[in-house]
Design a protein around this ligand. Structure first.
Ligand code: MG
Length: 383
């Protein structure tokens, strides 16, 4: 267990319309999870006593859906400007004057416990603490689309959130704000009121999701681990005129017997995906006792497993299927099988392998009693 942090409350500002990122960015999914949920989870996991989420008017249902299953948060309706939203959030917090409050933008979802700890640690000998990163790129002023003056970057920092203050300090500072302009962050408000806000080390992963391409960059920054799953299946041969294998119907003098279409290749592959996720097996998700799956096309089982993976923010890297039988000859159909699997899985063709082997007339596949399939899938999951 990591060391306990001092007691604190938090305000997550999710009231912006996010028009530059295509609108409603706080509800968009990042690695399968709504943007606003990332911050709320991080704050609750770090032990926040109270998390006040400030949302646009009429967004109660969206918020409840985004934070389903979490407890320890409350919703407050925001104002027109960010400062109004923060003021509403501050009104909702009931705590002692010296109680630390973290104010955080939902648009910075990759909030770590380390950052929460750093801003809390920065608070005792200052009126506030703000995470920031030094500016590394050289700065130029543009004039009519051309390079103008160089701006000295010495002493320049990129401010991030969460910013930490004692409840009384930030409330009093907002009450004292008289400027005609609205403040862009809380450090500005406290500084204007004469307070000293300390800079603590920020985090590149706290990048703000402003433009559509920021989502792709944030996806890349999420730590993920690689996992492998394997699956095996077998079905018995019976009378018929064709057989389904890896999503392709092959004319044959027998068929595979099963509750669904008995596509052993797809069944083994579905189990490999579920296995990699630690998500049970195909029988758990599609019980053979359920009449809905009688004669069903097995591609829907595989599609279901892919959807489960996507919902968890995972990615499929590659799959490899081996079909074990004496007949039919698989090789003439291998390319069509790979293409069909690539289509179902959303993978490039070179990440999809279908192989076939006989067992040299040995065992149940060798005697022509049945066909067996095995599969391996490699995935990445957020860790
Ligand atoms: Mg099966």
């Amino acid at each position: 267990m990591p060391d306990a942090l001092p007691a604190f409350s938090a305000i997550v500002v999710a009231a912006g319309s996010g028009s530059r990122a295509g609108g409603g960015k706080q509800w968009r999914r990042l690695a399968g999870k709504p943007v606003v949920r990332w911050s709320v989870e991080a704050l609750l996991d770090a032990g926040a006593q109270d998390v006040v989420v400030v949302t646009p008017e009429g967004a109660d249902i969206e918020l409840a859906e985004a934070l389903r299953g979490l407890s320890g948060w409350r919703a407050v309706t925001g104002g027109t400007a960010r400062a109004d939203s923060v003021r509403n959030g501050l009104l909702a917090i009931d705590a002692a004057d010296v109680h630390p409050v973290l104010i955080h933008d939902a648009a910075r979802p990759l909030l770590s416990r380390a950052i929460i700890g750093r801003v809390l640690e920065g608070l005792p000998d200052a009126d506030g603490a703000l995470p920031a990163l030094p500016v590394a790129d050289s700065l130029r002023r543009a004039v009519d689309g051309a390079v103008g003056d160089t701006v000295d970057r010495e002493g320049l920092w990129r401010a991030q959130t969460p910013q930490a203050f004692r409840l009384r300090t930030i409330r009093d500072a907002y009450a004292a704000w008289t400027g005609p302009e609205t403040p862009t962050d809380e450090a500005t408000v406290v500084q204007r009121a004469g307070g000293r806000v300390r800079i603590v080390e920020g985090d590149v992963r706290l990048t703000k999701l402003t433009f559509a391409e920021d989502f792709a960059m944030a996806e890349q920054m999420i730590p993920r681990s690689v996992r492998v799953g394997q699956g095996f299946d077998a079905h018995r041969w019976g009378p018929g005129e064709s057989v389904w294998l890896c999503g392709i119907e092959i004319p044959h003098d027998q068929t595979l017997i099963g509750h669904s279409d008995a596509d052993a290749g797809l069944h083994a592959l579905t189990d490999a995906l579920l296995g990699a996720m630690g998500d049970g097996d195909i029988g758990d998700h599609f019980p053979p006792t359920d009449p809905r799956w009688k004669g069903a096309a097995s591609d829907q089982f595989l599609i279901h497993a892919v959807e489960r993976l996507t919902a968890r923010g995972g990615r499929l890297l590659n799959v490899d299927v081996t079909l074990i039988c004496e007949r039919p000859k698989v090789k003439p159909h291998r390319q069509a099988m790979r293409e069909r699997l690539a289509e179902i899985l959303g993978l490039p063709l070179d990440a999809v392998s279908v192989k076939a082997t006989t067992t040299e007339a040995m065992g149940f596949t060798g005697r022509g009693e049945g066909l067996a399939a095995q599969a391996i899938a490699t995935i990445e999951l957020p860790s």
